[in-house]
Design a protein around this ligand. Structure first.
Ligand SMILES: C[S@@+](CC[C@H](N)C(=O)[O-])C[C@H]1O[C@@H](n2cnc3c(N)ncnc32)[C@H](O)[C@@H]1O
Length: 431
């Protein structure tokens, strides 16, 4: 059981070998997932991102690439021209990581897809089809699309018919063999459960296809870890093993000073007395939630019934449970079983999301310290190499932007492993 490959990956210096293949990415964010493909040998020539702040941060980290800032839609010609201006080489890899709020399980409107809001989100989900016009112009040898798992099954309306996004991709990419799959980064030694749909399309004239199809192989790395280890796979890395091995400086949300470490990204929000009590009274290593705190802070009565916000013994407010004041009356905040909860120490972290500092969201509290995970800890769980330059993001002075960028990323270590697989497959092929 070793966490070293992931730790070594994060802590290495930026590789100096010149990448030998070419790549273009759409919906590039800060380029965190692109970075893994780059480290596996793919040089990004063009990256496209709508948000100016994200593209400025990305451009800092990919100085040799052209960053087109703006909407991907209707820009296929511009993207192809920008690529051809730089190189006459055939494009090896087209990567698309469109936003996925519409189908993400962290979306509060899930299950209510008929509302106008969900219709708008469904439109957003169609963004993944934007790879088609770009692929028609640049004819990449491989296309990779990453998104939430629901893209594989969710049906969208098209020409009066209900079809999945993968059906539409198959229709639009008839010169490609399309391989849909689901990957969980915990299966590759990352101490985080993050399941994602990975659709890989390989051009039908690539010679690697014959072997892949006959052996029913998917163009993704073989898992090295599993929840229950067997047949040569190791068990998942737990969050406890990881945090202990990384030996982070302890932090505490009781004050601003205690909530900040020496590394500029090792910091967490500080809390007022009630919020701090809600967190600190959850026993360390218990994986329990603030809703389970059952000792009255005023009179010390144990076993106050669940769902009570007022102690039946003394009438004091159970301010160690998540509550709000409404019209002068305390009321419990309605939450899921997973909210206001410590991470279970014996399992990998739950999916790192854009709201990683919000304790009301799923499993956000540190397994034993009284706080959420720091930005640095989230970046490490997302396996962002420490050499990634956050200077531009810090200049924006918004901690939230950095947490967003980290939460949106597809882990860099996984894309590095995937890039190695793709590189090998392309080497097997006649160009
Ligand atoms: C899931 S994030 C990509 C994360 C990226 N792969 C990374 O690892 O850093 C999706 C990105 O698409 C951008 N985006 C959303 N709609 C867009 C559009 N119409 N055109 C271009 N970019 C868009 C968002 O600003 C966001 O940065």
């Amino acid at each position: 059981m070793s966490i070293h490959p992931v730790r070594d990956f994060i802590l290495q210096d930026r590789p100096t070998d010149a990448p030998h293949r070419t790549a273009v990415s759409l919906f590039s964010g800060g380029g965190l997932s692109d970075l893994g493909y780059e480290m596996a040998g793919f040089r990004f020539v063009v990256q496209v991102e709508n948000d100016q702040r994200r593209s400025a941060i990305g451009a800092e980290n990919f100085p040799a690439s052209q960053w087109l800032t703006g909407d991907v839609r209707d820009r296929a010609n511009e993207i192809a021209a920008a690529y051809r201006q730089t190189t006459s080489r055939r494009l090896d890899l087209l990567v698309a990581t469109p936003p996925c709020q519409g189908m993400s399980s962290s979306n509060p409107s899930r299950g209510k897809r008929q509302t106008p809001q969900s219709k708008a989100l469904e439109e957003k989900n169609r963004l993944l089809l934007e790879v088609i016009p770009v692929a028609r112009l640049l004819k990449p040898r491989v296309i990779v699309i990453e998104n939430v798992r629901q893209v594989l099954t969710l049906e969208v309306e098209y020409d009066g018919e209900k079809v999945t996004a993968v059906d539409l991709l198959r229709g639009g990419l008839s010169e490609y063999e399309v391989f849909p799959s689901v990957v969980n980064v915990a299966d590759y030694g990352v101490p985080q459960v993050r399941k994602r749909a990975l659709v890989v399309a390989i051009r039908k004239n690539e010679t690697c296809l014959e072997g892949m199809l006959s052996q029913k192989r998917l163009p993704v790395p073989y898992p090295t870890h599993a929840e229950q280890s067997s047949n040569g796979t190791q068990p998942w890395i737990s969050i406890r093993e990881w945090l202990e091995a990384m030996a982070y400086e302890p932090l505490d949300a009781r004050s601003k000073e205690a909530a900040r470490g020496t590394h500029p990204l090792h910091l967490v929000p500080a809390y007022g007395p009630d919020r701090y009590r809600q967190v600190s009274e959850i026993p360390a290593y218990s994986g329990r939630s603030a809703y389970d705190n059952d000792k009255c802070p005023a009179c010390g009565r144990q076993g106050v019934g669940v769902d009570l916000v007022v102690c039946p013994n003394c009438g004091g407010v159970m301010c160690n449970r998540p509550f709000v004041e409404r019209d002068g009356q305390p009321s419990l905040i309605r939450g899921f079983k997973s909210s206001y909860r410590r991470m279970s120490p014996g399992r990998p972290a739950y999916t790192i999301t854009t709201n990683s500092s919000h304790i009301g969201s799923d499993f956000k509290i540190h397994p034993w310290e009284n706080r959420v995970l720091s930005i640095l800890e989230c970046a490490d769980l997302q396996t962002v190499p420490r050499f990634y330059d956050w200077t531009k993001a810090k200049a924006e002075r918004t901690v939230y932007l950095i947490r967003n960028l980290i939460g949106e990323a597809f882990p860099t270590y996984f894309t590095y492993l995937h890039g190695q697989v793709l590189d090998k497959l392309l080497s097997d092929s006649a160009p």
